[in-house]
Design a protein around this ligand. Structure first.
Ligand code: GLV
Ligand code: MN
Ligand code: MN
Length: 420
């Protein structure tokens, strides 16, 4: 006998706290970067909870983790729900974890109520969405969508010098009981619940965003190379100062790009220099530029502007400028039927919902290339994310999970009377 499936709010909040303890930082955030020991511990905890429920656990070559609750029709492509478990180095408790754990709560809620779905439902935790330890982000979902072979990233290095191939192998080995999936299964659709990471929903006091599109992103890595020389004795005309070139280029771009086009975003988030001594003119400076724009053509224009500005700054300071493209994510538009379905699910649960676009990239952007995908957002305090202070009110956690449960039932198919 089944009864209506219902989210167990206390259990979901406990689960968020349990996972926030893995990689917890003193400031109340999380450092659980992709393929780290902490990431492996989080994956194990989720897998063990799944086995405890009798669900099946799979991983693929990108270490994407899948938890499957069988449907009445085992051969039908499953509905995929979930997000990621990795975090930024000073990340919050909700970015990624909220969507993954809410998806798992949906499976538990179905199970508790004895509700069968016509189709199987799978929860996924994609590998390395953030791209902080190993760039680019969304590696797991890109591999899943066939955009990139995992092996193409084997030589990518973490800042501490570890090769991705080693960490990937260790991560897979840390969960030997999970069944290895060598081929991607067909899926019906993918739904990702996530925090908004911006201020719109909170400002408008709307608890759910139905995401229609994701803007495009490019990550560039700029290296200026000059010549190390004495800080005190080298006159201006002899200086090949890589830091001066970098400072010049960064200041110029920061002053002009976003002022000229309020839709554009430019961030220099990482900078390293060599040799890094107080009285040595830096020989080499490397920094990243995260560029975003909803319009692909405008994003290409921005990339060209960055390249030109860096070339001019390099020339001014006698340095060479080398620019690599670490990530190139085209914007994407989600499946309109699924966006409608999110609105319908919210309406039937009497949860207010508004359409919106995403300034952040997400795994759903890539899964959308192989199967209809869409996202639900919930508000976060002051729109702050990628920050240890990231916070989501309990009531919004619960409303998000409730909407996801309703949507899951609608998409995976409530069991028909004849199948009882
Ligand atoms: C995702 O983490 C992003 O940077 O948009
Ligand atoms: Mn995320
Ligand atoms: Mn993130």
């Amino acid at each position: 006998m089944s009864r209506p499936a219902a989210v167990d709010g206390a259990r979901l909040l406990r689960s968020l706290a349990d996972f926030a303890a893995i990689g917890a930082t003193p400031a109340g955030g999380v450092n659980r970067q992709a393929l780290s020991i902490e990431d492996r511990r989080a994956r194990r905890l989720l897998a063990e909870r799944a086995w405890g429920r009798g669900f099946s656990v799979f991983q693929d070559e990108a270490a994407n983790l899948f938890i499957r609750r069988e449907g009445v029709h085992v051969d039908l492509p499953p509905l995929l729900i979930g997000s990621h478990l990795d975090s930024q180095p000073t990340g919050g408790r909700f970015d990624g974890a909220l969507g993954t754990l809410s998806a798992f709560e949906v499976l538990e809620a179905l199970d508790d109520a004895g509700v069968s779905t016509a189709r199987p439902v799978e929860v996924v935790a994609f590998t390395n969405e953030e791209g902080s330890r190993y760039a680019p982000g969304c590696m797991g979902s890109m591999a899943f969508a066939g955009v990139h072979a995992v092996s193409a990233w084997h030589e990518v290095m973490a800042p501490d010098g570890t090769r991705l191939e080693e960490d990937l192998a260790a991560t897979l080995k840390a969960l030997p009981e999970a069944v290895m999936r060598h081929a991607r299964p067909d899926i019906l659709a993918f739904i990702e619940l996530h925090i908004e990471q911006g201020p719109v929903l909170e400002r408008e006091t709307v608890p759910i965003g139905a995401v229609t599109a994701v803007q495009g992103t490019k990550w560039l890595e700029v290296t200026f190379t000059g010549q190390a020389a004495h800080a005190g004795t080298t006159p201006r005309e002899f200086r090949k100062d890589a830091m001066a070139a970098a400072a010049n280029a960064i200041a110029e771009l920061q002053a002009t790009v976003m002022a000229a086009d309020p839709q554009s975003r430019l961030t220099v988030g990482r900078l390293t220099l060599q040799p890094g001594s107080v009285n040595v003119i830096p020989e080499q400076v490397t920094f990243t530029i995260d560029l975003r724009h909803p319009d692909g053509a405008a994003l290409a224009v921005l990339e060209a502007l960055v390249r030109k500005t860096c070339a001019i700054a390099g020339e001014r300071w006698g340095c060479t400028a080398a620019i690599g493209l670490l990530l190139d994510m085209a914007s994407g538009v989600f499946d309109s039927t699924l966006v409608d379905a999110i609105e319908t699910a919210c309406r039937s649960r009497k949860i207010a919902c508004r359409r919106m676009t995403s300034g952040a990239f997400h795994d759903a952007l890539f899964v959308n290339r192989i199967a209809p995908s869409a996202m639900l957002f919930v508000p976060c305090r002051n729109g702050v994310s990628h920050n240890e202070a990231e916070f989501v009110e309990d009531r919004h956690v619960l409303l998000g999970a409730e909407a996801l449960l309703e949507l899951t039932l609608n998409l995976a198919g409530r069991r028909t009377a004849s199948e009882n």
